[in-house]
Design a protein around this ligand. Structure first.
Ligand code: HEC
Length: 199
């Protein structure tokens, strides 16, 4: 058998090439599966583990620095006494939305600690957020628990940005207030409606 001449080979490529015109080349998936990589704790070229410790003094870009009241809810070892973002109806709405999505599963939609998940928890149950002691916590303490986690409860900082966590704290304040508020504290029209509704 004679080897095909260079010319014949070249011609066959041209034909094959033109047959595929307008068709995307098949993706080279193998290249993605087989690639050089190291696992987090494996030795890396150049020494040390693959997952490096950030150099000393590295700061996260995700966190505004120097604002512990806003970011941690704690200043000089004391929980802050106020919600650290301006509170308006939009913030409370956002807080309700986030609370229902991320907290109600355990603490209950009403925040009273009753939920199907809570009923099934055996070790330590999520407390009611509407009664003491939690109801009387300064806002900073609730923010801190949500930010860093508390005991069995995980941190929600990765899913709730700073403003959302304060929104949840503000909404919880509103929930607590909604349980019992002196009639005299209500705006006139709400007081009238409440008096009408009361037995
Ligand atoms: C997976 C269930 C679960 C979810 C979801 C959850 N919690 Fe908790 N939470 C708990 C449990 C359990 C405790 C009690 C932890 C303990 O005592 O170890 C707790 C405790 C707390 C406390 C008391 C902290 C303290 O200092 O005493 C607060 C406040 C709180 N949660 C708020 C929230 C908020 C706000 C959210 C939503 C962002 C949330 N939790 C979501 C289970 C949950």
């Amino acid at each position: 058998v004679r080897a095909p001449s260079a010319l014949a080979l070249a011609a066959s490529f041209v034909v094959a090439g033109s047959a595929c015109e307008g068709v995307l080349p098949a993706p080279d998936l193998e290249r993605m599966l087989v690639q050089r990589s190291v696992r987090a704790y494996e030795a890396a070229p150049g020494g040390g583990a693959a997952m490096r410790t950030p150099p000393a003094g590295t700061v996260s870009r995700a966190r505004p620095l120097g604002r512990p009241a806003l970011e941690e809810g704690v200043v000089d070892g004391r929980f802050v006494e106020r919600v650290q973002v301006p509170v308006d109806l939009a913030l409370l709405d956002r807080g309700r939305d986030r609370f229902d999505a991320f907290c109600a599963t355990c603490h209950g939609v009403r925040g009273d600690g009753d939920s199907p998940v809570a009923r099934a928890m055996t070790l330590r149950k999520p407390p009611s957020l509407l009664s003491p002691p939690v109801a009387t916590y300064p806002p900073g303490r609730i923010f801190a628990a949500t930010t860093a986690g508390y005991g069995l409860m995980p941190s929600y900082a990765s899913v709730l940005p700073t403003r959302d966590r304060w929104a949840v704290v503000a909404y919880l304040r509103a929930l607590v207030l909604s349980q019992a508020v002196p009639l005299d504290d209500l705006p006139a029209e709400l007081r009238a409606a409440a008096l009408e509704a009361l037995p």
